[in-house]
Design a binder for this molecule. Sequence first.
Ligand code: PMP
Length: 397
Amino acid sequence: TTKFSKLEAEALDPIIATMARYAADPNPNKMDVSIGVYKAADGSSFMFPSVKMAKEIYNKVEPGHNYTTMSGLPEFIPVAQQTVFGDKIAGEGKLATIQTISGTGSLHMAMLILRSAGYTNFAVGTPAWSNYIPMAQHIGCTTSTYKYYDEETKTIDFESVVCAIEEASPKTVFILQTCCHNPTGADLSKNQWKTIRDLTINKDCMVLFDIAYQGFASGDKDEDAWPIRYFYEAGMEFVVCQSFSKNLGLYGERAGALHVVVQDKDSLPIVHSNMVKNFREECSFGPAYGARIVSTVGSTPEIKKVWDQDVAGVAERMVTMRRRILDTLTKLETPGKWDHVIRQTGLFWFSGLTKEQTERMISEYHIYLTQNGRVNVAGLNDANLDQFCKALDAVVR
Ligand code: PMP
C-alpha cells in the first residue's frame, strides 16, 4: 500500500518515447531525426565556438557560486533584451524582463503574469509545440485552437489565422512563434505579420511571441526578430518568451528570459515586481551558469561576432540539407510533391509522411522521426542523407 494510491500513471511524452525506442535499437545504421537539437555536419552534438570562447573567459574569472537575484543574473538581462529587441529598443525602458528557466520556464512565467492581468484564454494554432496547451491548462487557464497549417497546400492557412483573431473572445492570448515554427517549419511572412498587427492592435487581446530559434531561419538574429520589433514600433504591449537553448546550444543550461512590453512608465515596475514575485514563489533564484555564458557572449564584442557567424553557419547548413533532400528525392523520382522541404525554415521539416509511413521509417529503416512526420533536418548530413531519402522513397511508394 502507499499514500500515493490516488495517483494514476502518466504516459511518457511521445518524443521521449521515440528517443527511448531509438536508444534500445541495436541497428548500427539507426538515425535520429526526432528531437529538436542541432547537430553538426559530422553528426556530433554541436558546441558553439562562441560558447567555447565564453567558457574560457568564465573559467579564468572564477565567479563563485553565490545566488544571483530573483530577476536573474543582472548582466544577463540587457543582453537578453538586446538580442531580441536590438540595442535601441532595449535602451528605451519599456521592457519588464526576468531571467527564466529557458523557453519553457518563460512560457510558464508569461502565462502566470497574463493570468494575473486577466488574460486567461490561450489560443493555439495547430499543429503546435505540444506543451502549450498542457501548460496553460496546468495553471487553470482555458485554451482554444484554430488551424495554423494546411496539410494539403503545406503552407499556413492564413485565412484560418485571421478568422481566429477576428472571432476570439476578449482577453485571449495568441501564442505565435516568431520564426522556425515547431513543428511545421512554416513561418508567417512580413505581410501576414502586418495583417496580424492591424487585427490585434485595437483588440482586447494579447500577443505572446515565442522565440525559441532566433537566427535559425534567416541566419541573422536581427532579421528573425523583425516581427517583435515591428509590433513594438506600433506602441503595442505584448510579451516575448525567449530561449537560448537552440541559438547558443545551451539546452541543458536552461537559459531564457521573459520580456513584457509595458508602455506606461508607472506601470512597468508594478508588472516587473509581479514577475519577480511569481518567480520567487516557484524558483527563488535564476540559475547562474548558462546566464553567465550568454552575458559573456553578448557583452564581449569579438565573441558576439563569432556568435553571429555561428548562427549564420547553422542556418546555412540546414538550407543546404533541405536543398539536398529535394535534389535527392527528385533524382529518385519519389512520387509526390516535396518542394515544401525548401520552403520551410529552421530545424524542422514537416514532411507530410503519414503515421503509418512514419512507423515504417522507424521499424523497417531505423530512422526515428516524430510521430507527426516531423524531421529534424540537422540530424542529416553527407553520410546519412541518401539512406534517409531512399527510406522515404520506399515508404511512400
Ligand atoms: N517553444 C518552442 C516552439 C520550442 O520548440 C521549444 C523547445 N523545443 C521551446 C519553446 C522550449 O524550449 P526550452 O525550454 O528548451 O528553451
